[in-house]
Design a protein around this ligand. Sequence first.
Ligand code: ADP
Ligand code: MG
Length: 144
Amino acid sequence: MANERTLAIIKPDAMEKGIIGDIVQRMEEHNLKVIGGKMLKLTKERAEGFYAVHKGKPFFNDLAKFMSSGPCFVLCLEGEGAIIRWREVMGATNPEEAAEGTLRADFGTDIQCNAVHGSDSAETARFEVSYFFEPHELVQYEWM
Ligand code: ADP
Ligand code: MG
């Protein structure tokens, strides 16, 4: 599998629970290397731009409100097959349907407040990483 980059977000509901450390631990346990990270308080407009693909869906407005309601910790992850791997570590969108041991099963509240975000394809990952990070904010280094 190719070395990939993907975008992860620790969403406001998880920030409120004080579980940045638990979530980053899961990333590291699954060989997902953090190569960029920043704390942001999104405006509603910036959240809408990020989720533009969902514009027109019934949950779009509430989603943008939720994502701008508190801090988000945004990370760029790198690793072999990082995009699908991070999706697997997160679990299904709805925490009620998420497999046991996934982040959303363990920490999600409901289908909206589901703790974490992850890019869903190579194309999406490129857009999402560049939405929050300048190239110089991503740092290459060796580990393990
Ligand atoms: P995922 O985050 O798993 O890729 P989607 O891209 O479909 O899921 O949706 C983006 C985000 O919008 C979800 O993570 C969740 O926060 C919210 N969302 C998705 N579907 C619903 C829904 N039916 N009702 C409320 N919020 C939703
Ligand atoms: Mg998605």
